[in-house]
Design a protein around this ligand. Sequence first.
Ligand code: NAD
Ligand code: MG
Length: 351
Amino acid sequence: MTEDTQAFDSTVYYDEDANEEAIVHKTVAVLGYGSQGHAHAQNLSDSGIDVIVGLRERSSSWDAAESDGLRVATPAEAAAEADIVSVLVPDTVQPDVYENAVEPNLEAGDTLQFAHGFNIHYNQIQPPEDVDVTMVAPKSPGHLVRRNYENDEGTPGLLAIYQDATGDAHEEGLAYAAAIGCTRAGVVETSFREETETDLFGEQAVLCGGVTSLIKQGYETLVDAGYSPEMAYFEVLNEMKLIVDLMYEDGLGGMWDSVSDTAEYGGLTQGDVVVDEHARENMEEVLEKVQNGEFAREWIAENQAGRPSYTQLRTAEKNHDIEAVGEELRGLFAWQDADEEDEEESTEVTA
Ligand code: NAD
Ligand code: MG
């Protein structure tokens, strides 16, 4: 049974909905010990589950995982031993790791578990029909998944079932979500398709891509009109965080309430002048390329070719004037967080 449609409903699962029996006697192979991998592995282990971390022989993470008290083996050995294989290596290397280390070691009734749907949704990994395929995706970077767990707090997450061969995929997925701390905060059901497409669209059109373009064009507009780069940086980049924090805490309304009436009136009248109906049409184009697989094909080909355009674009972004201005300004002001200040205290004047 393959589920592939829109699935977000208002059901939110909490600790009391999860049955730890569905996972507690199983062995979980966590492949990769990066952002998500280290958090899943340690949280699962602290929740009493048998964990084995799968890493390449010369991986620098090998010692880190061992000194965190975890068993480590090669990805193939870990997958062979496990009932649940949690694939937490980078998305671009997952197909290769799957083909070489996981697929030969999958048994009927095992589970393939992901934290993002890209490779399943775009058919880069095609699992056999006799395994469960699940996704438990914390909506947060791994270091927070771990820190929240240690502080008895939760991290919101998504749950999706792509393939339910055993009939227990949902119960087991929920138990996995509980074991990494997600049901403490709340777990929302979605599908691989919905998670993958909304994630890609969001990061391209609005978050990573949209916001950086908006910032760069605002900066260039001011600097080209003769204003100082430093003022331009403060106005369009530094203040972005303050505005976003207000929205994060209390929605758009919370932000509008906190700014001046002048800012509110000007923002309400001019925002749509800048991000106008063309931007909307462009967003629809971006979404279509996500939906029809064009973006996925392009990204896969880019990786196969050794990332030529990606490398070029990265260099251009790094060399944008706003980066040099920002680096200098951030160095001049005392707004780093407490940790950084502590580190720098020894070399700085204390008054
Ligand atoms: P990462 O880049 O932080 O870590 C990858 C790990 O895999 C490292 O330990 C690396 O050494 C190891 N690795 C790399 N190549 C390998 C190979 N060929 N064989 C074995 N190990 C290898 O990755 P991440 O950001 O934690 O992403 C893992 C998954 O989690 C991805 O599917 C990603 O989309 C998803 N995800 C990430 C985040 C996040 O905040 N980083 C959030 C939600 C979901
Ligand atoms: Mg197995």
